[in-house]
Structures are given as C-alpha cells and as structure tokens.
Design a protein around this ligand. Structure first.
Ligand SMILES: Cc1ncc(COP(=O)(O)O)c(C=O)c1O
Length: 422
C-alpha cells in the first residue's frame, strides 16, 4: 500500500487499483517500472514541451547547484541566471518593457497576479476595484484564489468560504462580459482573467474574434486584462505566447510549465508597464510584501535557460505550428467511432477527443475507462473536465508517434465500446 497521497486522486480507488510507477522517459516515450512502454500524449500535465531525457537541462541544473543552488532573492539580492532569465522572458513577452515576477508554478502565479492587480488599484486610489472576473470552464490552478475563480464548481466542493470579490461569465461570449461589467460597475472590477485556450476545462478554443473582443472591452472600461498562459506559453501554440500570436497586448501574463518543460518547478507573472508604473515608477509605494521562498530560484532559472535553448535551437515553436495541422489529421479517423462526438484542436499543439456527452450523461465514468484502457494500448492520456481526452504531446512528437497515439486510442475505444455492448 502506498503512503503517497496523490494529487487530484480518489485515494480509496488508488489503494485498490495500485499506482502506475513511471521509471524513465526519452523524447515522447515513457517506460513504467515493469518495462511497459507508452507514448505520452499529454506532455505530462501540458508541460513537457521539449520531451523527456534532456541531459543538457539536467547538466545545467547540476552545474548551478554545485555553484550556488539558491539564495533568498527578497529585497535587492539576485543571481546571474535569475536576472538574465527575467531579461530573456521580457524579450519574448507579448508586451513591451515587461518585468517578470518569479514563482514556483502556475497556482502561485495566479495568487501573485490577483494580489498584484488589487494592489495596483489600491495604489492608484481605487481600493474598491477588487473584483476578478473569470470564465466558466476556466482553470487557474487550485491554490486559494485559483480555487475561488475556477470555472468548474466541482473544484470548490467542501472547501467552505472562498475568496470574495469574484464573478464568472460564459466562456464563449464577449457580450456576457460586457453585461457583467454593466451589472457590477467597472469601478468595482480589477481584472478579467482569460486562458487563450481553456485547457483543463476541456480544450475549448475561443470562438472567432472572441479574444480580440474581450481585450477591447477591458480596454474600453479600464479593466486589466490578465492572460493565463500557463499552458499556452513557451511554444505550445506556435508562438512564444498566444497573446503574441494574436496581438492582444495583455496587461499581465501568468506562466509556468513550458518555461522549464517541467524539469524543475518554475512559474511567474510577466507584468506590462501599466501595472509596473505605481510600483517601479513612483517613490513612496514602498515594499510590496509578496513573494515566495523560491521566487527567483537560481537552479530553476538555470534549467529554464537550458530549456529555452533547446526550444530555440530545434525551433519547437515552429514545430508546434506544424502540429496544429498534424494532430487533427492524425486524430481525424477517431471521429467515426461510436463513442466520439468531436475532435477539438487546430490552434497549436493542443487538442481533445470528445467522448459523446449524450453517452456520458448515462455513463459518467466512460472517459475514465477509455483513459485507463489506453494504457494497455501504449498511450498515456488524461480525462478532461467535460469528458474529453487530453492531447498535448511534447513538441518533439513525430507524425509516426502521433499515428501510434491515434491507433492506441482507437484500440482503447473499441475495447471500452465492446465491454459496454456485452
Ligand atoms: C491555465 C492554468 N493556470 C494555472 C494552472 C495551475 O498551475 P499549477 O498546477 O502549477 O499550480 C494550470 C495548471 O494546469 C493551468 O492549466
């Protein structure tokens, strides 16, 4: 019996089913402790952009650990890799003159940006501008504020009172945002949070023109526009950031995952000049009392540099753009399957195979059974909110490996459909 309490798990079920112990990885392939091989169709949890087994990232981290593994970066202290990383991120950011606040992951980045935008308004003399609007189906991690603004109620069950000053709008309607602003009053709203592609909430691509429209609405009302690019950032959408590709000029961008491809935990917030101004430009704002022990961790920064080197050298941003068509092409045959109602994708290396919601209504565990069965066909995937299968492979995946993913999923779908029929 394991003593490891797994994240996002039913530990009663894990006790009886046991753990899948993964042992090693190379490129897009993983092997478990029993020697079984899998193709990773999800890039871990959307993070393994450069794939597994990159010795140069391990070497960069080890070299930094031998030299100076970490030191508190509170106040005026920094280390070379950290200061250089902020400069490097700023140079590829979707807005000009950006500053970079570093954290240990996506959840801490959301905590940071909520506090940041509220503090911004407070410094400007509008302390009542606290409301954070997010979208239904949105996912912003499961820390305190993240759980408060998540767009799927299941994540809030039994948590008790959550942070106040939040509101949700339909995920796909700019008019809904406009209506909510009219109802609450722009003078109470701090920011609108928006994943360019809703990821964990089901891989929901924005309707045509939606992102440009909500960006403009925020501008018109003086509301800060925060793009949560924890999944999209660092190449996955065929550009360094979705906001760059779409020309959205956000006020702040949260990131994590792809910055190190998950080799070590790292996240952060890219902050545009409007939000920086009252903190950096004005004497008297004083210390912003926010930060984490590992904000600016030197080893994490060294690993991030090595990871970005790989992305640049192998043009994985360009590869993601090619995957934008290759992934839907490879998955297209699955659409004919009786359990599948839709294949979503076509913006970067992100897609979902949707199990028919009409079937899920009577059989809610259906997608989970396909996900488990896929392991027997050599594919690791994941069940998304709404019952889709997650497809977000390492950007190094080949067309042959994508075809292996598709045929493995077809095998799993057949096996589950067969078991339902018998
Ligand atoms: C869009 C988005 N924001 C925030 C997070 C939270 O990141 P973390 O799990 O590192 O706390 C995630 C995680 O999947 C995410 O997809």
């Amino acid at each position: 019996m394991t003593r490891f309490w797994h994240p996002v798990a039913d530990m009663h079920a894990v006790q009886s089913s046991g753990e899948l112990i993964l042992d090693r990885g190379e490129g897009c392939q993983l092997w478990d402790a029993a020697g079984n091989r899998y193709i990773d169709s999800t890039g871990g949890l959307w993070y393994a952009n450069v794939g597994y087994g990159r010795a140069e990232i391990a070497d960069a981290a080890a070299a930094q650990m031998r030299k100076l593994h970490a030191y508190s970066h509170y106040g005026d202290v920094s280390s070379r890799p950290t200061t250089d990383l902020a400069e490097r991120i700023s140079s590829i950011a979707p807005m000009k003159d950006a500053a970079v606040f570093l954290t240990s992951g996506g959840g801490e980045s959301i905590e940071t940006v909520v506090k940041l935008v509220r503090r911004y308004w407070s410094l400007l003399g509008h302390p009542q501008r606290t409301t954070i609007i997010s979208r239904e189906r949105a996912y912003h991690g499961l820390a305190g504020f993240g759980t408060s603004i998540v767009g799927t109620e299941a994540f809030k069950v039994g948590v008790g009172p959550l942070a106040g000053g939040t509101a949700r709008v339909a995920w796909d309607s700019a008019n809904a945002l406009e209506a909510t602003i009219a109802e609450l009053g722009a003078e109470h709203i701090a920011a609108f949070f928006c994943e360019p592609i809703i990821g964990a909430g089901g891989v929901l691509l924005p309707p045509d023109g939606y992102l440009a429209a909500v960006r403009q609405i925020c501008r018109d009302h003086g509301i800060l526009f925060v793009a949560d690019e924890v999944i999209c950032g660092y190449g996955r959408v065929g550009d360094w950031f979705a906001c760059r590709r779409l020309g959205l000029d956000p006020d702040a961008v949260t990131f994590a995952k792809g910055i190190t491809s998950g080799y070590v935990p790292l996240g952060g917030v890219i902050v545009g000049s409007r939000i920086q101004e009252p903190f950096w430009g004005t004497a008297g704002a004083g210390v912003w009392r926010h930060g984490y022990t590992y904000s600016g961790h030197a080893t994490a920064a060294a690993a991030a540099h090595a990871n970005l080197d790989v992305i640049e050298r192998e043009d994985l941003v360009g590869r993601a753009l090619a995957l934008e068509t290759e992934i839907p092409e490879a998955l297209a045959p699955l659409l004919a399957h009786e359990l599948v109602s839709e294949i979503r994708g076509g913006f970067g290396a992100v897609a979902a195979v949707q199990i028919d919601p009409a079937l899920l209504a009577d059989d809610p565990g259906l997608t989970d059974r396909v996900t488990l069965e896929a392991r027997n066909f050599g594919v690791l995937t994941r069940t998304l909110v709404g019952g889709g299968l997650q497809i977000s492979p390492p950007l190094v995946i080949t067309r042959e490996e994508l075809d292996e993913v598709a045929s493995g999923l077809a095998g799993a779908l057949d096996a589950v459909a067969g078991a339902r029929a018998s």
